[in-house]
Write a protein that binds this ligand. Structure first.
Ligand SMILES: CC(C)(COP(=O)(O)OP(=O)(O)OC[C@H]1O[C@@H](n2cnc3c(N)ncnc32)[C@H](O)[C@@H]1OP(=O)(O)O)[C@@H](O)C(=O)NCCC(=O)NCCS
Length: 166
């Protein structure tokens, strides 16, 4: 395994991430949210159109994770105006999980935060996404709040907010 994490630039890069996001979301959220909500959230947050808007207008940055050159995961981050970096996305294809790659990915997120002078990294995670919560706790995140967010379409996100201090 040779993992490389690199910033995504250009249309082709985001298109590739959008395809992977569609695949991962339709696997990992089954049993956590409804299939209707998965479709809705992929379109709203992870489609090529949505990610183009995020990167061009909202300050998001996407990083591609490749193992031996093959795209297998991605990270989405956004600096806030205070001392925090928002970790918006941390996704790895199922067959690549369980090998410590998320630790490398989180290490890179902390590095990105440090580079721009941020002191904290925060994220939202579905309350029923037990494995992700366990990983975040293991890597030093603490739960700071809970949030139920109306995302339209008759759907809500039922999340923990977690934070890591650099
Ligand atoms: C969340 C996700 C990126 C984690 O990746 P992963 O490959 O499963 O996790 P890793 O094997 O890299 O483990 C990362 C760390 O957590 C630890 N860990 C893994 N499972 C754990 C568990 N059940 N309890 C405690 N620690 C655990 C590992 O030991 C490792 O720590 P270390 O490197 O310090 O030893 C991955 O499971 C994923 O993409 N899931 C689906 C999408 C998702 O839910 N994303 C998060 C949305 S908020």
């Amino acid at each position: 395994m040779s993992v490389e994490i690199k910033e995504v630039s250009g249309t082709a890069g985001l298109q590739e991430i959008a395809l992977l996001a569609d695949e991962i979301w339709h696997e990992c959220f089954v049993g956590i949210i409804s299939s209707g909500q998965i479709d809705y959230m992929v379109e709203k947050f992870q489609s090529f159109r949505a990610m183009t808007e995020q990167t061009e207008q909202q300050g998001y940055k996407y990083l591609a994770v490749r193992d031996d050159g093959e795209l297998c995961g991605y990270i989405g981050i956004k600096p806030e105006t205070d001392d925090r970096l928002f970790l918006s996305k941390l996704y790895l294809r199922k067959d690549k999980r369980g090998h410590g790659t998320a630790s490398l990915m989180l290490g890179r997120v902390f590095e990105e935060a440090g580079k721009i002078g941020k002191k904290r990294v925060y994220l939202t995670v579905n309350k029923h996404n037990v494995h992700a919560v366990d990983v975040y706790v293991r890597k030093g995140f603490v739960q700071t709040a809970e949030a139920v967010t109306d995302i339209g379409g008759g759907y809500v996100m039922d999340d923990f907010i977690m934070e890591y201090t650099l």
